[in-house]
Design a protein around this ligand. Structure first.
Ligand code: PLP
Length: 442
């Protein structure tokens, strides 16, 4: 693939970036802190491939950390964006495309009765928490250790993602008063949730949970866990916020909820009060949203007393990308991603077995990750995720990178596939696996 900029040395680019930006990056996990080495500077991406500044291409298993579900630079998405750009970049006023995207979301996730567009997942969860507090008149929020909901102050304790990668328990700069308003509980532990509600029930505004955690590596919610959260919150007058920023429109047309509580054949049907979305909803542009019960959502300004706003919310270019991405995310795309994910995770497991590397494959729908040294129990919570042999990922990651496969630079992140990952791309990954598995064994 041709590169749109003059190739320059990756090391030079990193040196320049480090002199200009903290750590040389604008988001910490990009810094390769836990895998070592110099982060790759990328200049273009198409289909399943991403190309660095030196003109080398990689099969991309990061997919922009999720958004690129239909593959990079999908022709329909690019055409929609180009057409929108020609009409102007931002109007600071309502546009028809906002309602079009909202309608597509509601067609897929019928439990969403109202939607508010924002620009990042962090804004979506921050607003959902404020809304839950405003609606219930209560202060406390329950989150689970290892779940990441963005970088808002109140939810950074034991937050997985970059904090897990950097082994940070939370963030400096969060006041004790803010931290005290969040109760952090072990994931998959219904008894802990019941105990917290028994002790503080009338003060708890909401429970927030990733629909299926994917920021401590992937962890499957135990059968009935999310349903129990729904039951317990409802019986105490608190709200359940299902964070589908990562899983939404990726693990299926209606996200992870669509595979579980919202599935027609669910053993127990349940519905959260609020959802948060991001990533795929914008197809690579800055779009996120919160949505859910109409009576709760109508507590937002201008109808209600809970304030939220954004200069670039519902930006017309971003909306166009989101609309085109959801339209391009056909049943065939989901079938491809599901099948590729099943094949790839089995192939990774087989090669690790051959190399004698103890591991478990952690799955939630099409999302998966590898946890090293955990075959005895698998990973069901943050404590187990942190106890794994994370050091094995570093040589595994670099061996794959050297063979032209770009994995997430942290063992605590999911591997992302797209509908564009074709046989040629998969074959390159399969060819790279034996050496990487051997490297992990050392
Ligand atoms: N919620 C979840 C589950 C996420 O995975 C993320 C980001 O990875 C966020 C929220 C925050 O989204 P953003 O990075 O767009 O602020």
């Amino acid at each position: 693939m041709s590169s749109p900029v003059t190739p320059s040395s990756n090391d030079e680019l990193f040196d320049r970036a480090r002199a200009l930006m903290p750590g040389g990056v604008n988001s910490p996990v990009r810094a390769f802190g836990s895998v070592g080495g110099t982060p790759k500077f990328m200049v273009s991406a198409k289909g399943p491939y991403i190309t660095d500044s030196e003109g080398r291409d990689y099969v991309d298993l990061v997919c922009s950390w999720g958004p690129a579900l239909v593959g990079h630079s999908h022709p329909d998405v690019l055409a929609a964006v180009h057409a929108a750009v020609d009409n102007g970049l931002s109007f600071g006023a309502s546009t028809p495309a906002e309602a079009e995207l909202a309608q597509l979301v509601m067609d897929r996730v019928p439990a969403v009765k109202r939607l508010r567009m924002v620009s990042t997942g962090t804004e979506a969860t921050m607003t959902a928490i404020r809304l839950a507090r405003g609606y219930t008149g209560r202060n406390l929020v329950i989150k689970f250790a290892g779940c990441y909901h963005g970088h808002l102050d109140g939810l950074l304790a034991s937050a997985g993602s970059g904090l897990a990668t950097l082994a940070l328990p939370g963030s400096a700069g969060v006041t004790a008063a803010t931290a005290a308003e969040t109760l952090v509980l072990p994931y998959n532990d219904v008894a802990a949730v019941e105990k917290a509600f028994a002790e503080h029930g009338s003060d708890i505004a909401a429970v927030i949970t990733e629909a299926a955690p994917a920021n401590m590596g992937v962890v499957t919610p135990d059968e009935g866990f999310n349903a129990a959260l729904s039951r317990i919150t409802a019986s105490h007058g608190a709200l359940l916020i299902l964070d589908e920023v990562l899983t939404g429109f990726r693990t299926g047309p209606a996200g992870y909820w669509g595979l579980t509580g919202g599935a027609a054949d669910a053993a127990e049907r349940w519905t959260p009060d609020l959802f948060t979305f991001g990533k795929v909803i914008g197809g690579g542009m800055p779009v996120a949203a919160l949505g859910g019960r109409a009576d709760v959502m109508d507590y937002l300004a201008p109808l209600g007393p809970v304030y939220q706003a954004g200069t670039l919310s519902g930006n017309p270019i971003a909306m166009a990308a989101g609309v085109a991405t959801l339209k391009a995310a056909t049943a065939e795309v989901y079938a491809t991603v599901d099948a590729r994910s099943a094949e790839l995770s089995a192939a990774v497991s087989a090669e690790l077995d051959k190399a004698g590397v103890d591991h478990s494959i952690q799955r939630a729908g099409s999302l998966f990750s590898v946890a090293f040294g955990t075959s005895a129990t698998g990973v069901h919570n943050y404590e187990q995720a942190q106890a794994q042999e994370a050091f094995r990922y570093r040589p595994f990651f670099h061996s794959m990178l050297d063979s032209g496969v770009y994995l997430p630079p942290s063992v605590f992140e999911a591997w992302f596939l797209s509908g564009a990952h074709d046989d040629a791309a998969m074959d390159r990954i399969y060819a790279a696996l034996p050496a990487a598995a051997k490297a992990a064994a050392q």
